[in-house]
Design a binder for this molecule. Structure first.
Ligand code: HEC
Length: 129
């Protein structure tokens, strides 16, 4: 029993350490992806968003996209008010969720929800060094 007990103990210590790291970051848990990561991976140059909106993505990719759009909501916008952000980012997550569960017409809704200009004009800082 000695060996497995030590393994369990070690796992508990490891979990305790990671919980501590999260706690040190403050009250709120860190978003899984930053806004910049989502832009780079999902939206820039078409990216995963286009693949999903064109109906060419696997189920796993659809869930990846949803995961990233949920992260948008976990972030605070660098510009603009939070209510508007919740609405615009929320629409991307809802549309991605509808695609993932196979709702008819969801791809068109996703294309509409990911209008770059509509969101950038509200929430993207004009210039950032
Ligand atoms: C729901 C809102 C939203 C939508 C939709 C959106 N963006 Fe963004 N995007 C942002 C925000 C906010 C930033 C600024 C992030 C920052 O500076 O922290 C940004 C920044 C970017 C950046 C710069 C990333 C960086 O490294 O700073 C690129 C590139 C980008 N978006 C591409 C796109 C493209 C292409 C589309 C459309 C296909 C799009 N975005 C749609 C909110 C959005």
């Amino acid at each position: 029993m000695g060996k497995s007990f030590r393994l369990v103990l070690r796992a508990c210590v490891a979990l305790g350490v990671s919980a501590y790291v999260i706690a040190e970051d403050g009250e709120e848990q860190k978003p899984k992806h930053t806004i910049e990561q989502v832009m780079e991976k999902a939206l820039k140059g078409g990216g995963l968003n286009k693949k999903v909106a064109d109906g060419k993505a696997s189920n796993e990719e659809k869930l990846q996209l949803l995961d990233m759009y949920i992260s948008l909501l976990e972030n605070k916008p660098p510009k603009g008010d939070n209510a508007s952000w919740q609405k615009l980012a929320g629409a991307t997550a809802l549309a991605a969720a509808k695609v993932a569960v196979g709702r008819p017409g969801a791809e068109a809704e996703l294309k509409k929800a990911t209008n770059c200009k509509a969101c950038h004009s509200e929430h993207k800082p004009a210039k950032k060094e």
